[in-house]
Design a protein around this ligand. Structure first.
Ligand SMILES: [Zn+2]
Ligand SMILES: [Zn+2]
Length: 251
C-alpha cells in the first residue's frame, strides 16, 4: 500500500512538472510574466519559429497568448526570462524520488549479451541492476559437468559487504533469448533465499555447450548470445540475531 501511494505521487508530479511544448519533465525551466513555464530550450525554439517576433520585439505565450515584450532583442530571448526556481527544485526532488522508487522496485527484467561466446573461457558478469535496493547481476561461465562442457548461468546478488547480515528471497527466470524467427526462449526457473553467504544461485549445467552453439537451436547469432533474467524479490530481511551482540544498538 505504501508502495502504491509513492508511485501515484510520482505520476502526479510528473504531470504537473511537464513542459507543454515537449511534454517531458522541465529542463532548466523559464517563467514568462503570465506565469506559464517552459524548458529554456523549448521556449527559445518556439521564439525562433515566430516569423514576426523581431518586428514586434516580443512574442505571445504558447499557452495563453499573452504578449511578452523583449526590450533587449539581442542574444537569446529565453535566457532573458527568469529561471523558475520553484519548479526547478520540484523537478529535482521528483527525479530523486523516482530514483528511490525505482531502486526499491520488487521486480525487474534485465538482459546481458555475451560476445564471442565460442571463445569464452572464464566467468563474465553483467552490470548490476537495483531491485529491493540490492544489486543483482547475471554471471555466466563455461563449466565441465560430468566431463561434458556446459554453460553455467547464475543470478547473483552481491552487496560486497560481509559485515552486513541480510537475506532476500527471490524467484527468477533465467532465459536464453532466441535470435531467429519462430524459436522460443530456453528458460529455467529458480527460487532462492539470497544472503551474504549464498549470494549466487543458478545452474552449473544450464544448457549443454553443444546445444547452445548448435545453429539449428537459434540461440547464437554472429557468435553472440542474449541472456535475460526476470527477478521478483521479497522485502529483504536484516538478521536480528546479529544485533544481539550489540545490545547498545537495540536501545
Ligand atoms: Zn520542454
Ligand atoms: Zn501564458
Amino acid at each position: 500500500m505504501a508502495n502504491l501511494k509513492r508511485k501515484m505521487t510520482v505520476e502526479i508530479d510528473q504531470e504537473y512538472l511537464s513542459c507543454t511544448i515537449c511534454l517531458s519533465i522541465f529542463k532548466k525551466p523559464r517563467i514568462l510574466p503570465c506565469l506559464h513555464t517552459f524548458c529554456g530550450k523549448c521556449l527559445q525554439d518556439y521564439i525562433d519559429q515566430q516569423p514576426d517576433a523581431y518586428e514586434k520585439k516580443g512574442f505571445s505565450c504558447p499557452v495563453c497568448r499573452e504578449f511578452v515584450s523583449i526590450p533587449n532583442p539581442t542574444g537569446g530571448w529565453a535566457t532573458q526570462m527568469k529561471v523558475d526556481f520553484r519548479l526547478d527544485a520540484m523537478t529535482d526532488s521528483m527525479k530523486q524520488n523516482k530514483k528511490k522508487v525505482e531502486k526499491n522496485r520488487a521486480e525487474a527484467t534485465f538482459q546481458y549479451t555475451i560476445n564471442r561466446i565460442s571463445t569464452l573461457t572464464k566467468s563474465v558478469a553483467s552490470p548490476a541492476y537495483i531491485i529491493r535496493n540490492l544489486p543483482w547481476n547475471i554471471m555466466v561461465m563455461p563449466k565441465l559437468v560430468k566431463g561434458k562442457k556446459s554453460l553455467g548461468f547464475y543470478l547473483q546478488c552481491n552487496t560486497e559487504s560481509d559485515s552486513e547480515s541480510w537475506s532476500c528471497e527471490a524467484r527468477a527466470e533465467l532465459k536464453i533469448l532466441p535470435q531467429c524467427y519462430g524459436r522460443t526462449a530456453f528458460i529455467r526457473r529458480t527460487v532462492h533465499t539470497y544472503s551474504s553467504q549464498e549470494y549466487d544461485w543458478g545452474f552449473s549445467n544450464f544448457i549443454s555447450w553443444d546445444d547452445l552453439l548448435n545453429p539449428a537451436k537459434g540461440y547464437v547469432k554472429d557468435d553472440n548470445v542474449h541472456l535475460e533474467v526476470h527477478v521478483e524479490a521479497e522485502e529483504p530481511q536484516m538478521d536480528q540475531r546479529n544485533l544481539a551482540f550489540y545490545p547498545r544498538l537495540l536501545e
